[in-house]
Design a protein around this ligand. Structure first.
Ligand SMILES: [Mn+2]
Length: 286
């Protein structure tokens, strides 16, 4: 192991245009920058939303620039920590990762979420893009977002596993199965244990972690736009993710949907800050 800090960069994306409740746009600004790690660079992806530009176009533009930034940081050997923003930014994050050489072969994505995010415009009750990023990454979604995702599809069947799912529409189940997206529901986590489920999802090659904070129980992460009872407890998630984040096979972390307007006593913020600390403070472990 190297001992020192991992060469990380925090990429903040204060974009809420993929959600009905846009409060998550304020997520990055409400987080404390890692005090002990002042050396960790922090950059913001600007959200350009002039009057008349549709939410789809705003998100597609943000994802395009985010993808380029993630790709270039990965090519420099850096570990990107992407902070949302709503979960539609995942199209940018993981497109960028897959364009970088390290993300090409055998890369797997661990998608921790209460929802399936497998809608397409024809099935979505809300039309909100943050319900669609998994479908977009599988090449099945909104034409504008799919255009931002290149290579298309970003992921082949079998490369994404959803973990923590407990709220979805039947159409998403059908589409997930057709796309080859694996799903682990909360009940299965309770049977097998979170650490085992996550380790299996990560596989034995390079992987990334996309965390939608609504996967966490609202007791520990009330600061989200779409809370769902019966989630993963915050301390259990931190304990199970810490060794995975320390692995040199882990190439990046994304944390989405932090909405400071709904947070209580900074509970959600503290969890996010602890996860960022775990991701950035690790030296490369064998
Ligand atoms: Mn999500």
């Amino acid at each position: 192991m190297t001992g020192g800090n991992r060469d990380s960069i925090i990429i903040a994306v204060g974009c809420g245009h993929g959600a009905r409740d846009r409060g998550c746009a304020d997520g990055p600004a409400a987080l404390r920058r890692p005090a002990a790690d002042a050396a960790i660079p922090w950059i913001d992806i600007a959200v350009t939303a002039p009057p008349g530009r549709s939410a789809d176009m705003v998100v597609a533009d943000v994802c395009d620039r985010l993808a380029r930034r993630v790709e270039s940081e990965c090519r420099r050997g850096r570990f990107p920590v992407v902070i949302g923003g709503d979960h539609s930014i995942a199209v940018g994050t993981w497109t960028g990762m897959r364009r970088a050489p390290a993300g090409v072969t055998g890369f797997r994505l661990v998608w921790i979420d209460a929802h399936m995010d497998c809608h397409v415009p024809q099935t979505s009750p809300s039309s909100a893009l943050h319900g669609m990023p998994v479908a977009c990454l599988m090449g099945e979604c909104h034409p504008r977002l799919t255009a931002a995702a290149c290579p298309c599809p970003v992921f082949a069947p079998g490369c994404i596993r959803l973990v923590g799912v407990r709220s979805f529409e039947p159409e998403e189940v059908v589409l997930a199965a057709r796309m080859g997206v694996a799903v682990t529901h909360m009940a299965e986590i309770e049977r097998q244990g979170l650490a085992r489920v996550l380790a299996e999802a990560a596989g034995d090659g390079p992987f990334g972690i996309s965390l939608d904070l609504d996967a966490v129980d609202p007791l520990d992460a009330p600061g989200v736009g779409s809370p769902v009872e019966g989630g993963i407890r915050g301390d259990a998630l931190l304990a199970a993710l810490t060794p995975l984040l320390a692995s040199p096979r882990c190439l990046g972390l994304e944390i989405a949907e932090y909405n400071p307007n709904h947070d209580i006593d900074r509970r959600t913020a503290r969890l996010v800050e602890a996860l960022i600390g775990a991701a950035t403070a690790t030296g490369a472990q064998p």
